[in-house]
Design a protein around this ligand. Structure first.
Ligand code: HEC
Ligand code: HEC
Ligand code: HEC
Length: 141
């Protein structure tokens, strides 16, 4: 999210969580899925975005009804939110980050919105397009 209000997420007077965060949030690139790990984000956002494999309502990050938040996040060694989103300022669509830190490296991400989805060009896999109306991806699980 984009806001000057640091205290929505950080407690400058100290906190039991890493980075003085007000709620729980995993700082790794990978984390086993449990909604409680993402308490920080789910305090403001729908906590069910990654809950079910198929949905037509929980998220717009889906190909047809195949939930791509579920695919990326809801698994052992799932990607955490900051693998793709920048909780600080990002002017890119849906606060997708421009660069992903990955160990000692980083790689660029670009996302281009389409009419009913988007095309992502990332370092993790070949460029992919998702479309909520005309599915483009053959689900692998
Ligand atoms: C929407 C929640 C959110 C808001 C609002 C927010 N932050 Fe953060 N901040 C995070 C999260 C999550 C992390 C840990 C992940 C990361 O480092 O990217 C973090 C990490 C940080 C870090 C540590 C960076 C590092 O590399 O160790 C600093 C410094 C910071 N925030 C400063 C700020 C300041 C200053 C503001 C207000 C202008 C602010 N944050 C607003 C969520 C937020
Ligand atoms: C204090 C409440 C709050 C917290 C905590 C918070 N957000 Fe947000 N977020 C918002 C608001 C309000 C907006 C809409 C305004 C904007 O886009 O700046 C937003 C927008 C977003 C968007 C764009 C959504 C859209 O439909 O355009 C994403 C993605 C996002 N946040 C991810 C995160 C992630 C990831 C975290 C956890 C690290 C997080 N947010 C934590 C309040 C929050
Ligand atoms: C693999 C990359 C990726 C990961 C990981 C990821 N997101 Fe997203 N997220 C996206 C994309 C892409 C969109 C834009 C969907 C659209 O509108 O086309 C999005 C959209 C959103 C939105 C807007 C509402 C919606 O669901 O359409 C929120 C809020 C959000 N993400 C929060 C999160 C949170 C919280 C996490 C961690 C639990 C997370 N995301 C993990 C890529 C990701």
């Amino acid at each position: 999210m984009k806001t000057g209000d640091c205290t929505a997420c950080h407690n400058v007077h100290g906190s039991e969580f890493a980075r003085l965060l007000v709620r729980k949030f995993p700082l790794n690139f990978y984390s086993d899925y449990s909604p409680g790990e993402y308490d920080l984000c789910f305090g403001c956002h729908n906590k069910d975005i990654a809950k079910t494999r198929t949905t037509e309502t929980l998220t717009n990050f889906r190909d047809g009804n195949y939930n791509l938040h579920y695919f990326h996040v809801n698994r052992a060694k799932g990607r955490t939110c900051i693998a793709c989103h920048d909780p600080h300022a990002s002017d890119q669509y849906k606060h997708i980050r421009y660069e992903v830190p990955f160990g000692a490296w980083s790689y660029p991400i670009s996302i281009t919105k389409t009419r009913n989805g988007a095309t992502c060009v990332v370092g993790c896999h070949a460029p992919k397009t998702y479309d909520r109306v005309k599915p483009q991806i053959k689900p692998s699980r």
